[in-house]
Design a protein around this ligand. Sequence first.
Ligand code: PLP
Length: 357
Amino acid sequence: MDLGAIADNWRTLAALSAPAECAAVVKANAYGLGVDRVAPALWRAGARTFFVAHFKEALALRALLPDAVIYVLNGLLPDTADDHAAAGLRPVLGSVAEITEWSDYCRDNGTDLPAAIHVDTGMHRLGLSLEEAVQLAGTYRMLGFTPSLIMSHLACADTPGHVLTARQRMVFADVARRFPNVPGSLANSAGTLLGRDFRFELVRPGIFLYGGVAITGVPPLRPVARLEVKVIQVATAPAGETVGYGAAQRLKRASRLATVSIGYADGLFRAAGSSDLAKGVEAILAGRRCHLVGRVSMDLATLDITDLPEGAVERGDTAVFLGDGISVDDLAARSGTIGYEVLTSLGARYARRYVGG
Ligand SMILES: *Cc1c(COP(=O)(O)O)cnc(C)c1O
């Protein structure tokens, strides 16, 4: 994990976004990369506002970053206002019930604690309806607290030119202006790249910090994750034999095979395997790209090394699944998924090594 690349990627987005503030989304263990190392690196780079999904993630982050502003995207579960307050966390309030609970807590305790308000502008996942938001706008000064952020989330910003993106921006601009003096935030990574009109006062990038593609067709920033696994056996098999569970791939030629120590329990998706019908992911062995042969097992996968010079690969060698030109999104595309899922599925059995921090 290249912490220097993450810091650089954040600085690139911060420079692009100014004068809007550039926050950092570090939910799901910083997209699987390791929040205990990633969050302090982002703080050193200059990030001051962080977003996580869960209260427990926020507590862990608070222990790492005592002075950071921390928002909890999944909002306030019943009877947890005091827990949030005690740790100085800001829930992202997405319903009238949550707003009422936070407001009551603040009033009962004679304290004005910041929290964000989430408005649904067309994704229909979380947030106040437009009617609720408009009604709140007329009365929010009577709440027991001062909202510190008014936010919404884009559903399709990764797809260039999607009509919903433009519609959500217009709706959000209309809602945000009804909350004067409350900073607005609409943009994830993709939204941040869409231009000034999408950035409002604060942007919330995640995937772009971690070397993933944010908008289809727009190149990512510096790659962050490199994935190396060990070859544990090199063998040959005659033409006509099959490889792996389900005998899903029959060899068309006498083959040399390298079995590597990675499987679906490590986040190499079963959909990444090969069969007679489709080629699966590639990994680099001895400087060359080799395809998987047959299905991905729980702990193992097999690579076709027939095209490499004999003796080029030995037991104990390293196969590269991410890095040296194989991006997170390359691996994702050949696994039928997206970079986000590749990163957040990186297995617990890997030894994570950090450089550039
Ligand atoms: C995850 C998330 C983000 C970050 O999205 P990326 O596409 O990774 O940049 C921003 N805002 C919200 C509400 C999120 O859930």
